[in-house]
Each structure stands twice: as C-alpha cells, then as structure tokens.
Design a protein around this ligand. Structure first.
Ligand code: NAP
Length: 296
C-alpha cells in the first residue's frame, strides 16, 4: 500500500493531551469541572462499548461523566423526564443520548428535547441550523473529527472537490455544511442511495468520504490516483472484526492518503465530543466560547 496512513488514534491522543491542559486551565479559572451525562437505553451492546470509551476519554482529560442506563422498557415520558432533569442540572454541561434508541421511542423527539446549550453531539436542530447558517456552535463530532484529521495532516480542502457518500444527519449532511463554511471552502458533492452513478462522482473527487455502512463498498476503480480517502464506515464482519466502507488495500494502492478502520475516524469522534463538552461548559459559565480549532 503506497498511501499515507491517517492515524486518527495517534492524533486523538495528541489532541486529548492538549484538551487536558485546557480543561485544567478552565477549572482553575472558574472552579467548575466540565461534566458530561451519557444516556443509554436498552440492550445496545455497541452503544455500551462506545459510551464506555467516551467515559474513559472524559476521565483522561479531567471531564466528569455520569452514565444513566435505562431498561428497554423505558417509556418516551420517562426518557423525556430524565432529559429534562439533565437539562436543568448545573453540573451537567453536555448531554449525550447514545443512538440508536429502542424502536418504540421517538428518537427525533428525544434529540429535540436536549437543550441546545448542552447538545454536545451537535445532532439537534439548533446545532444543525446554526451550522447551516454559517454560525456553528456545537459541530457534530464525527464530521468535526474528519475535518481535524484532514487539517492536522496538512490536507487543505480549499477549492477541492470533496465527494461525501452518505447523507445522514450525524455524518454526511453536517460534514457537507462544515466543508462549505468560509475557511474550509471546499466544493462538495453529497451522494446517497438514489445517486445514479456514485463511482463517476467519487472518481472526479480530490477527497472521498465514505459514510454508508456497507463493508468494502468503495473499490479502487472508483477513486482517482492521488485522492485522499476517509472511511467513516464501521461494519462488523461475521468473524467479529471491524471493517470500513472502503476496500482498504486496493484503494490504499491508488490513494495518496487513507484512514484505517479501526483507528481512523472513530477515535477522533470521541475527541471532538470532549472538545464540545469543554465548549459547552465555557458557554454555560459565561467564560465565552472555547478557542476555535484551526481553520474550521
Ligand atoms: P445511516 O444513517 O444509515 O445513513 C447511511 C447513508 O448512506 C444514507 O444517506 C444512505 O442513503 C446512504 N447509502 C446507503 N447505501 C448506499 C449506497 N449503496 N450508495 C450510496 N449511498 C448509500 O448511517 P450513518 O449513521 O451516517 O453511519 C454511516 C456509517 O458510519 C456506519 O457504518 C456507521 O457505523 C459509521 N459511523 C461511524 C462513526 C465513527 O465515529 N467512526 C460515527 C457515526 C457513524 P439514503 O439517505 O438515500 O438512505
């Protein structure tokens, strides 16, 4: 494989060390420790693993975290009541509702119920609306992590064609909005399941971001030589290994840079959640917004 490996795990560790210093400085200045409340409902095994990783990362950087684990029988009213309590709790600066929720719950209504000042996942309508308006407050963690991974590896997207495959509210759509912000200045195409010829679009792109959840979908003949390939996909193979949406080895022979799965975008997502939680604490204690991250 000739492509440069974009090491999200290593970068996340570097950024978390930076964040530890910022959290300590904030706590010294304000007497407040940033706090993140995680909510996990039902028998969601991958969700439990993700929440545990997020809590471990919080502990590493000095952010307090609490886990509210509720049974699958939880009603919409009970979950909304918990969100209301967390919205009102002064020690809680960020609220993370681990998705997906059990099918009987109205996910959109729960996401909407998180007060916008604590929406550290950046999925809520106010966070997305502010981003669309060009005035981002909390940027969705996975796309924010993708941008940091590009930027801190010296990959400038200004004027470049970025093809995003996948248009979900948590990855593809907010990523497109972030890439369109002044300062990022990319030219963006978003593909989805009704796009006629995904390969024709990805072949014309300088940067391809895959976020569809289909193992090894992006083949080498769908990528132009020298393109940068970012793999957001997380797919569990029958032998329990994780793989992305990119056919890694053959695409790595064509691309100039590529993210591994695991160890690429995933750790960056956790890192950006920590950053957003510090940002939320700063906003709530009136300490002003955190220093914006470079160029984004
Ligand atoms: P999602 O909500 O299921 O959305 C998938 C998107 O892919 C949809 O927009 C869908 O199009 C599109 N799509 C599906 N099949 C397609 C095809 N054959 N050609 C073109 N587009 C296609 O998924 P998500 O939540 O965005 O997650 C996507 C992947 O990223 C999953 O593997 C997930 O596990 C992973 N993920 C990773 C992280 C991380 O931190 N690494 C974070 C979040 C998600 P339609 O809209 O037309 O249905």
């Amino acid at each position: 494989m000739s492509a440069k490996l974009l090491d999200g795990k290593g970068l996340a560790q570097t950024m978390q060390a930076e964040l530890s210093g910022q959290v300590a400085e904030f706590s010294r200045a304000t007497g407040v420790r940033p706090g993140l409340a995680a909510v996990l409902v039902g028998d969601n095994h991958p969700g439990r693993v993700y929440v545990r990783k997020k809590q471990e990362a919080c502990a590493q950087v000095g952010i307090e975290s609490w886990l509210h684990e509720l049974p699958s029988s939880t009603t919409q009213g009970e979950l909304l009541a918990l969100i209301a309590r967390l919205n009102a709790a002064p020690a809680v600066h960020g609220i993370l509702v681990q998705l997906p929720l059990p099918r009987h719950l109205d996910e959109a209504a729960i996401v909407d119920a998180v007060t916008p000042l604590k929406d550290v996942d950046g999925f809520g309508p106010v966070s997305l609306g502010l981003l669309a308006a060009g005035r981002p407050r909390f940027r969705a963690c996975t796309p924010y992590g993708v941008l940091q991974l590009l930027q801190r590896n010296g990959i400038d997207v200004t004027g470049k064609h970025v093809a995003i495959v996948g248009r979900s509210n948590i990855v593809g759509k907010p990523l497109a909005l972030m890439l369109l912000l002044k300062g990022a200045d990319a030219t963006v195409t978003v593909c989805h399941s009704r796009t006629r010829d995904v390969g024709a679009i990805t072949r014309s792109a300088d940067v391809v971001v895959m976020a569809i959840g289909q193992a090894n979908y992006l083949k080498a003949d769908m990528v132009q030589p020298g393109a940068v390939v970012i793999d957001v996909g997380m797919n569990r193979l029958p032998d329990r290994r994780w793989t992305g949406d990119v056919d890694f080895e053959p695409v790595g022979a064509v691309a100039s840079a590529i993210t591994p799965v695991p160890g690429g975008v995933g750790p960056m997502t956790v890192c950006m959640l920590l950053y957003n939680t510090l940002q939320a604490a700063r906003l709530q204690v009136g300490a002003g917004p955190a220093e914006p991250l470079k160029q984004i």
